[in-house]
Design a protein around this ligand. Structure first.
Ligand code: ADP
Ligand code: MG
Length: 216
């Protein structure tokens, strides 16, 4: 489902941020990308999300070579990928309901269908009662659950998470990982970057360890 062949990323600095990355991730895997700060975890996820382009090498997602993909085809492929960030990246001026509706609005569904699907996913993350709240009225853990709801509301086969528990205490961290694990069990391929060794030791998942832009 995801394949990287000899991938490099250089941001124009003296050293490569990713160097000769070779990696295959099968449909339905749960993978932790680990490594210290600066190792290249975010860069790797950005390449998969097509927020950055590889400097060299080949990346295939669902058999599509994203390096040669025409710009107008990117939105379509991106819809197959949900993404969650450390700082949630919610829109604070609109409600939880509207934040989670966002990815569905481009799909041309009716208002009613959108609301139905959003309420279903809010139930899934345990936030039915808070649909009319604004993000800043929620705790950090709740905000991250909203962000996860938004990432999965259109049921993408791939979910990327970049340090999703980085701003949460250890109790909430477990909640979030369990939620990601549940999404995985329902069939998604989940790729989560974390530098948190406790998480990696506690949940026995495939590990891809990066250091200085290389896979160890
Ligand atoms: N936009 C950028 N411009 C220049 N260097 C960058 C940029 N983004 C990341 N880097 C560098 O790339 C390396 C990997 O960064 P990053 O992928 O953010 O690592 P991690 O997520 O593991 O902390 C670091 O040395 C970082 O400074
Ligand atoms: Mg990072």
């Amino acid at each position: 489902m995801i394949r990287l062949n000899h991938v490099y990323k250089n941001y124009g600095t003296a050293t490569d941020s990713l160097s000769d990355i070779n990696l295959s991730i099968a449909r339905g895997e749960f993978v932790f990308i680990t490594g210290p700060s600066g190792a290249g975890k975010t860069t790797l996820l950005k390449l998969l999300f097509m927020a950055e382009r590889a400097t060299k090498g080949q990346i295939l997602i669902n058999d599509v070579n994203i390096g040669t993909l025409k710009a107008r085809k990117i939105p379509h492929l991106r819809r197959a990928i949900g993404i969650v960030f450390q700082d949630f990246k919610l829109l604070n001026s609109i409600t939880v309901l509207d934040n989670v509706s966002f990815p569905l609005e481009v799909l041309g569904l009716s208002r009613r269908d959108i609301k139905k699907r959003v309420m279903r996913v809010l139930k899934f993350v345990g936030l039915t009662e808070k649909s009319n709240y604004y993000p800043l009225e929620l705790s950090g853990g709740e905000q991250q659950r909203v962000a996860i709801a938004r990432a999965v509301v259109n049921e993408p086969p791939i979910l990327l998470a970049d340090e999703p528990t980085g701003n949460l205490d250890s109790e909430l961290t477990l909640d979030i990982i369990r939620l990601l694990d549940y999404i995985h069990k329902k069939g998604a391929t989940v790729i989560m970057a974390t530098h948190n060794k406790d998480i990696v030791e506690r949940f026995h998942k495939r590990l891809v360890s990066l250091d200085h832009g290389r896979i160890l």
